[in-house]
Ligand binder design. Structure first.
Ligand code: FAD
Length: 288
């Protein structure tokens, strides 16, 4: 099923995100995680793709295929472009098509100073145009409630987001944020810009101080004082920080659903315990 059709059928969509295990872990670890996540009955599961320029890595496609064929859940395969040639992207698209994957989250990928970009795709909108011209895939895009870290300001970023939608993105997933007011302001600006596709709110539970500091440095999300205090208070007590992080994410999600958000995209970080705990608190709020 195409992702946009899921939004036509449901009032509040719930999706989960997983990533292929690092090279040092066995691929089987992801299947244990998926066994657990299946029980949460998500509307779709997205699988991240490396921006490192290794076009021969088929793990995203393999995991997406298992999500579809073993678990019967719709997969959304991420695909980055900045470090790939058109020929490499064609090979990846061929493989996705062979495996019956219909939904792609088209991304630029972060610019990495250690990797020389291929310069065949500079922005996600170019990848979206390329995929749509080829045909056969439903395409989603990423959006940034606080503005993308490279963008001049939020207005310029929203103009660029509109180009992605004009190029054919039919659904957007947001970067993580910890203060819902940024998301509501962003939705208003997106409306004014004429963006009418469903926009899912990306929620990442804070369960580890180092992990969240790394994410915030990478993506520039603001940490509200309430969250900073929480991290300071519990940073040396992993279980307490985990429980507080779950409670914080649940509070964000309850508010978002109350405000009529199109969907919640949970960055699970392959941690099914946390995803299950959050799901147990919000399952009754996810309306069909
Ligand atoms: P773009 O939409 O191309 O935007 C990048 C920047 O360029 C923005 O500042 C934008 O305003 C600007 N811009 C866009 N078009 C133009 C233009 N025509 N002229 C001038 N400026 C322009 N990374 C991974 O490596 N793998 C993943 O699986 C992955 N999954 C993600 C999932 C989600 C939901 C999100 C939010 C991010 C994900 N990322 C992933 C991170 C993402 O690759 C980075 O944030 C990257 O820096 C930007 O990708 P993009 O597709 O949003 O880029």
């Amino acid at each position: 099923m195409q992702i946009a059709d899921i939004f036509r059928q449901k009032k509040t969509v719930l999706s989960l995100e997983v990533f292929p295990p690092k090279k040092t872990s066995s691929i089987d670890t992801i299947y244990t995680t998926l066994d657990d996540l299946q029980g949460l009955n998500p509307d779709f599961i997205s699988v991240t793709y490396g921006a490192g320029g290794n076009a021969g890595d088929t793990s995203t496609c393999d995991i997406a295929s298992v999500i579809k064929n073993k678990y019967g859940i719709e997969p959304l395969a991420h695909l980055t472009c900045v470090n790939y040639t058109k020929e490499e992207i064609d090979r990846i698209l061929d493989l996705l098509q062979q495996k019956g994957i219909k939904n792609i989250l088209a991304l630029r990928g972060d610019i990495n100073s250690d990797i020389q970009p291929k310069n065949e795709f500079c922005y996600a909108s170019e990848l979206i145009t390329y995929i749509k011209e080829r045909g056969g895939f439903h395409v989603s895009g990423a959006c940034y409630p606080e503005g993308h870290i490279d963008s001049e300001n939020l207005i310029a970023d929203i103009h660029n987001l509109k180009s992605k939608v004009n190029a054919g993105a039919e659904h957007l997933i947001s970067q993580l944020f910890f203060d819902n007011s940024y998301f509501y302001n962003f939705l208003e600006k997106a409306q004014i810009a004429g963006i009418r596709v469903p926009i899912e709110a990306g929620i990442m539970p804070v369960v580890n101080k180092a992990q969240i500091e790394r994410m915030v440095t990478l993506c520039g999300a603001s940490l509200p004082a309430k969250l900073t205090k929480m991290i300071q208070r519990f940073e040396y007590s992993p279980e307490a920080l985990r429980d507080a992080g779950i409670a914080y994410a649940v509070e964000q999600i309850v508010d978002l659903i109350s405000q009529g958000v199109d969907g919640i995209h949970l960055y699970t970080m392959n941690n099914s315990y946390i995803a299950k705990k959050i799901h147990a608190s919000i399952a009754g709020l996810i309306q069909s």
